[in-house]
Design a protein around this ligand. Structure first.
Ligand SMILES: [Fe+2]
Length: 324
């Protein structure tokens, strides 16, 4: 039984025109006409990766994770129900709406709707990005990652780790509590951000080329209040990225060069470097909070901490991790 990839994300928002503009012009996704009142976007051969429901709220509506085998859905449902978590089997019109063969859904301890899906449908038409990008890095790595605000780590971490079987990649406690989980070779497909709030912090999409990210940066940075984090590089997944502000107020991380891990040899560990080697200036934060991250980053740089020169090499990473 295993969850193998982040399959899709749904957002409750009725700002359809703004989302259409943002997802196409900034992110480069392909809008697919699914009728009035909702929006649907492709990033690859999947029929749907991002859905905007048309409902008010400007928040996460649902997050879909793909399981390996059809019978995994029953196994997960039984496990969740044994912990008194209500599980609903999606009927055929629900599955059709999500473009999957079968699904179950339930809520995590903070009320986020999690959908577990089997066999997402593929489109026979090739993906056509709406701006000239080389494409998104998906496939076995999934759509990207999601990061959720968390009020109580003690309730949420055991849910994803012990019930759903997500593996902790690493975690940190300074300057803020963060916990990162992997379900495939992507360093993390889910992270929990200990902000003391509930809700959606960001999702990440990874591009095949750094130029895809840089050209997107140009497109958004000349708008007012469009950047949440400036361009920078993360210390744990080595992602070079910037964070743009969506029409719903949460962020999208536009990334390139993320770390590929070998889940069979990976050991979960605490990190002490802070979130970024450089950059990622958090423009959305008040000065005092911003300074905490800035000081941590300058300290990390002064200690000479940098990403290794090679990326995407699971063999090398497994050797380095075993040595440490
Ligand atoms: Fe991220």
């Amino acid at each position: 039984m295993s969850v193998k990839a982040l399959s899709y994300i749904g957002v409750n928002s009725d700002k359809l025109e703004d989302w259409s503009d943002y997802s196409e012009k900034c992110l480069g996704m392909q809008k697919v006409d699914r009728g009035k009142g909702t929006l649907s976007f492709r990033m690859d051969d999947h029929k749907q990766r991002l859905a905007i429901t048309g409902d008010t709220g400007d928040s996460l509506a649902f997050v879909g994770f793909e399981v390996d085998k059809k019978e995994d859905l029953q196994t997960y449902a039984a496990k969740l129900e044994s912990k008194n978590i209500k599980v609903t089997l999606g009927n055929s019109s629900y599955s059709d709406k999500r473009f999957v063969q079968e699904l179950i859904h339930f809520n995590d301890p903070q009320g986020n709707r999690v959908e577990m899906v089997y066999n997402p449908m593929k489109d026979t038409e090739p993906f056509k990005p709406s701006r000239p990008i080389s494409g998104f890095k998906t496939g076995a790595l999934g759509m990207g990652h999601v990061v959720l605000h968390v009020k109580d780590f003690n309730k949420v971490v055991p849910f994803y780790r012990d019930i759903l079987g997500f593996k902790i990649s690493d975690y940190s406690n300074t300057p803020i509590s963060l916990c990162f989980f992997h379900i495939n070779s992507r360093h993390h497909s889910l992270a929990l951000f200990g902000s003391g709030k509930v809700g959606f912090h960001h999702f990440m999409v990874e591009y095949n080329s750094l130029d895809d990210v840089g050209q997107g940066y140009d497109l958004v940075q000349y708008k007012d209040n469009a950047i949440a984090y400036t361009m920078g590089r993360h210390t744990n997944d080595y992602m070079t990225s910037f964070y743009s502000i969506t029409p719903s107020g949460f962020f999208v991380e536009n990334g390139w060069g993320g770390r590929i891990i070998d889940p069979s040899s990976w050991k979960s560990h605490e990190t002490f470097e802070g979130p970024s080697f450089w950059g990622h200036e958090r423009l959305y934060l008040p000065d005092d909070e911003r300074m905490k991250f800035r000081n941590k980053r300058l300290d990390t740089a002064a200690k000479g901490k940098q990403a290794p020169l090679l990326v995407d090499c699971p063999w090398l990473y497994s050797k380095i991790n075993n040595k440490n």
